[in-house]
Ligand binder design. Structure first.
Ligand code: UT7
Length: 336
């Protein structure tokens, strides 16, 4: 028994903002941003768009690709750090309602930029147990939580949503995952505004995303390499035998460094960051959908999805696209 991905979808807002537009109001330049991040432009949500509305668009496209009706869905899972509401209702409940998934449960997952990796694995487990399809979405409206005066962060992020339908399958093939965390790095990426008390005992007020970029950069390179190597070892695959690696699109320089350290050609890594920026939990499913629709992702390809983010969280999945697990189903077996 196993699970496979039977459809993907994505949604990027129509409005794009170039590096030059940011440089018009901030002490930065297209040259600096592109040479340090690989980003040229990013999509920014319009006034009528939200994480839930973009999720619904991506989810609708994924259901159509899978040939499923909304009522077939057993669970809607949304990975996001920028939900429509601070705490509840979950964004997944809004998507469930918008799409008319009237027979589905719904919940959000918060694992920051690694959120889609976590959500996909959670959905796989649920699908194998329930034998009912799950709609898995990664979506973000980061433009509404960044400080547009902070050149160290605002240049990086973009908005969007990506989705995948996971269905039960009788025909097993490779699908192994590892989900990891290192909470000692929690201070590296923080957004206040929860219930954490300040010195006066009252909750700290909401604030924009704050990041120690260099610390995250150094962690990310090691995390992506470790995850990819441990997944390959668990699958008995040399990294050079992988057909494509879908790493979280956080910074093109991070991906280049991972390729160098692993002695892999950069061409093995799917790259769309130049036109999307870092869309956090949306980055991997958006890349998957673009690759699937553009013909870069074909059945039988051995691929790795790998990500990292605030928390710190990290993790990945190795699969023979479009999946169908039948081997190890315990994450501890693949984590080193
Ligand atoms: O999705 C997961 C979350 N985050 C990440 O993956 C972020 C990972 N980190 C990064 O991508 C990089 O650390 C950044 C792109 C954020 C920053 O690049 P960096 O090469 O690590 O720069 P830095 O923070 O070490 O700063 C170097 C210099 C500083 O100037 P001084 O102090 O040397 O004079 C910064 O003020 O670059 C300056 N700087 C900029 N200059 C022009 C930082 N941002 C900019 C900017 N334009 N946008």
């Amino acid at each position: 028994m196993g699970a496979r991905i039977t459809g993907t979808g994505s949604w990027l807002p129509a409005r794009t903002v170039s590096n030059d537009e940011i440089a018009a109001t901030l002490d930065t330049s297209d040259e600096w941003i592109f040479s340090h991040t690989g980003i040229k432009t990013r999509h920014i949500a319009g006034p009528d768009e939200s994480t839930a509305s973009m999720s619904a668009e991506a989810g609708r496209a994924a259901l159509a690709a899978a040939g499923l009706k909304p009522e077939d869905v057993g669970m809607v899972v949304v990975a996001t750090s920028t939900p429509d509401y601070a705490t509840f209702p979950s964004t997944a409940c809004m998507v469930q309602n918008a799409l008319g998934c009237r027979n589905a449960g719904a919940f959000d997952i918060q694992a920051a930029c690694a959120g889609f990796i976590y959500a996909l694995e959670a959905a796989r487990g649920l699908v194998e147990l329930s034998r009912r399809p799950a709609l898995v979405i990664g979506a973000e409206t980061l433009s509404r939580i960044v400080d547009w005066k902070d050149r160290g962060t605002c240049i990086l992020f973009g908005d969007g949503a990506g989705a995948a339908v996971v269905e039960y399958s009788e025909s097993p093939s490779l699908w192994l995952s590892t989900l990891r965390a290192d909470g000692s790095g929690a201070p590296y990426i923080v957004r206040e505004g929860g219930t954490r008390p300040g010195p006066d005992g009252k909750p700290l007020p909401a604030a924009p995303l704050a990041m120690k970029g260099r610390n995250v950069y150094n962690f990310a390179i090691k995390a992506l390499e470790d995850v990819t190597r441990s997944l390959c070892a668990a699958a008995g695959t040399a990294p050079a035998e992988l057909d494509c690696i879908f790493a979280h699109q956080a910074n093109g320089r991070i991906i280049e460094a991972v390729a160098r350290r692993m002695d892999l050609p950069l061409g093995k890594f799917y790259l769309n960051i130049a036109s999307t920026g870092n869309t956090s939990a949306a980055s991997i499913p958006v890349a998957l959908d673009q690759a699937a629709r553009g013909g870069a992702l074909r059945d039988g390809m051995r691929i790795v999805l790998c990500g990292f983010g605030a928390g710190l969280t990290f993790g990945g999945t190795i699969m023979d696209w479009p999946g169908a697990s039948g081997g190890v189903r315990d994450n501890r077996d693949t984590a080193k």
